[in-house]
Write a new protein. Structure first.
Length: 129
């Protein structure tokens, strides 16, 4: 390690291929802006898709709420059987109208009608539910 450095000057390189010299700073800026625009467009499309799906899911969740059929049965059926059946039939008939939220009468009607068909004499619950 005590030796002196021995350096030889290299020759001028003659076989270098200069690539991409024709691209200017403006070309690079243009490409960068195109990439940013494409990414922004994809983000907007993704946002709209998620927003649309979430809005639809919220609408359907409000339309078909979680129903406590036992509570509905106790509150309404025990007081007035005819009114209970009328509510269930109206709910079933308005089922196609998406602006009318489901209240749970039809669910309770089907549940208890299948469990205890004697509660609804003269009706075939299996055909209605």
């Amino acid at each position: 390690m005590d030796d002196d450095l021995f350096l030889i000057e290299s020759t001028e390189p003659t076989n270098i291929i200069w690539e991409n010299r024709h691209w200017t700073a403006a070309d690079y800026a243009k490409r960068s802006l195109q990439v940013v625009a494409i990414i922004a467009f994809l983000l907007v499309i993704s946002f709209l898709a998620i927003y649309t799906c979430k809005t639809y899911a919220i609408k359907k969740a409000n339309e078909y709420p979680q129903v406590d059929a036992n509570q509905i049965y106790t509150d309404v059926f025990g007081k007035n059987v005819t009114l209970f059946e009328q509510y269930a039939v109206n709910e079933r008939n308005n089922f196609q109208d998406s602006s009318v939220p489901m209240a749970g009468y039809y669910v309770a009607y089907c549940k208890f009608g299948k469990q205890k068909p004697e509660l609804f004499p003269g009706q075939n619950i299996a055909d209605n539910c």
